[in-house]
Design a protein around this ligand. Sequence first.
Ligand code: PRP
Length: 195
Amino acid sequence: MHKDIQEILFEEKTIACRIEEIGAAITQDYADMVERGERVMLVSVLRGAAIFMADLARRIDLPIEMDYMAISSYGNGTKSSGVVRILKDLTSDIKGQHIIVVEDILDSGLTLKYLLKNLASRGPASIEVVTLLRKETLQQAKIDCKYIGFECPDQFIVGYGLDYAERYRNLPYIGILEPGVYHQADQLGDARRVD
Ligand code: PRP
């Protein structure tokens, strides 16, 4: 275990098993649509969700398409504000397609709230959300997630795509960051975004 990790919440194998289950559920739920010749696309929000998307896509046994968006959230540096700017838009036109938005974590829900509204305005046939993690927080915007990997505590979580100041994304497991790491950065006046 990495020295900056206080506790592992989800081991690599646990994550892989859950993703296999979600992939099987998506395969089952979308099989008829694909059979009818309708198109299904996974849309991932960079950067955190890229690892989850890559693993999930390989557990869906259907011909799916994949596209990516990059967004930036204006806020106080640690929390989403709900005011979002698109840095990289989708390459594809999603009109008439079945969209599955792939997120790594649902925290305040403000990012997804904005994104779902934005995507819905483009005329897709349907939109659903799959999130690997949903934080147990009271202040969450009401987001209808069809597929949820795990509920997780309202703690500072890193690994498997999730970062602190761009570090720890490549840990194969998900764990709680040792508070000393960000307390030390606070003391050094590190103003970088921490979620
Ligand atoms: C994270 C995560 C979600 C968002 C969730 O992204 O990937 O997109 O925050 O937070 P919310 O529910 O409070 O809006 P982040 O902005 O940290 O960017 P990253 O994916 O590049 O790490």
